[in-house]
Design a protein around this ligand. Structure first.
Ligand SMILES: *[C@@H]1O[C@H](CO)[C@@H](O)[C@H](O)[C@H]1NC(C)=O
Length: 330
């Protein structure tokens, strides 16, 4: 009799535990389904889900997950002075939208972002001290080293982000860039301007043979390119830098890895002043007649070259710390 009671008790207990374990599994399944449904709802509305600390902990960090999240950690507020962040954000958005409107769009992959001013706790939890950062959170476990994209090495063009996502998740996102007509428009405008000018001057095309105007045109292109206008266009640096603590204004970026917009104008100015100096020297050599005038012109040219070249060199020294040579000005 006692044996039967024991067996009965065991069976009852067993059933009880099974129901607990089964219930827990069921609950877990429900939690996951709810999470996926919620993420899908957000993602349908907006390709990139904006998260604060709570959403990050619930949907990105905490298990259970059966999806990947590509998370951008950034600082878009103007007072953070992160111009790279804005550019990276645009590229990230292109990838997120490409995924959102792709044929293979599914609940396997989500795009999310945390702005520093809405989730500083996330930055602390991940021990991040810079922005922007791209991280991958897979369906299982914690992110490894390769789950943080090395943007210092590969950059953050949308195509590069997509390739990195493919490496981490096996999901291929075909990047679709919205067409940008502003470049085409500018070229068309330029051509119609030139066309109009030629048409108006059609009876007098002498100016086409003018060496000086061609020289000025060529020099303008050279100055624009050597001063880093293209770099400005691509990287979008700030105009200049004001130190928020001391209020001191910097016009020259202190390292060779960066530059400010105003700095490129300073470089254009110095370069053209040096070129003008050389032109004066050249003219002095070619000039006929009055020797006194020739000498003055030559001296002015020489002074121009020496003075502005030494200024240029000191700018260079400020950027390449440890460069040993200087000229006139320290
Ligand atoms: C993840 O789990 C949920 C809930 O079970 C399911 O609806 C969804 O399809 C799963 N996602 C993937 C990518 O398997």
């Amino acid at each position: 009799m006692a044996g039967l009671a024991k067996i009965c008790l065991l069976v009852v207990l067993n059933l009880y535990f099974m129901s607990i374990v089964g219930g827990a599994a069921k609950k877990k399944e429900n939690v996951l389904a709810d999470k996926v449904q919620q993420l899908m709802e957000w993602s349908n509305k907006k390709a990139m889900i904006r998260m604060d600390g709570n959403k990050f902990r619930q949907f990105v960090k905490a298990p259970p997950r059966n999806y990947s999240v590509i998370l951008m950690l950034t600082a878009l507020q103007a007072q953070r002075h992160c111009s790279v962040c804005k550019h990276a954000f645009e590229e990230f958005q292109i990838v997120a939208n490409s995924w959102r409107y792709s044929q293979h769009y599914s609940n396997k992959l989500f795009f999310a972002m945390v702005d520093y001013d809405e989730g500083a706790d996330v930055f602390n939890a991940l021990k991040l001290h810079e922005a922007p950062i791209f991280m991958h959170f897979g369906p299982k476990g914690k992110p490894k080293k390769a789950d943080t994209m090395d943007i210092h090495r590969v950059g953050f063009a949308a195509e590069v982000i997509a390739r990195w996502i493919y490496e981490r998740t096996d999901v291929f996102v075909r990047v679709f860039r919205p067409p940008n007509y502003s470049g085409t428009l500018a070229v068309a405008l330029l051509f119609s301007l030139i066309g109009g000018l030629l048409y108006m001057k059609r009876n007098n095309l002498e100016f086409l043979y003018n060496k000086t105007s061609w020289g000025v045109g060529a020099l303008s292109v050279v100055f624009a390119m050597t001063s880093g206008q293209m770099w400005n266009h691509i990287r979008g640096p700030p105009f200049m830098h004001k130190n928020p603590q001391t209020g001191q204004v910097h016009y020259i970026h202190g390292s060779s890895q960066g530059q400010f917009i105003v700095e490129t104008y300073i470089v254009i100015f110095l370069n053209s002043a040096i070129v003008i100096g050389f032109i004066l020297l050249n003219e002095a050599g070619k000039m006929k007649g009055d020797a006194g005038k020739k000498r003055i012109l030559a001296l002015v040219g020489l002074a121009c070259v020496a003075f502005f070249f030494s200024l240029l060199l000191s700018v260079f020294r400020a950027k390449y710390q440890g460069y040993p040579y200087s000229f006139l000005i320290k």
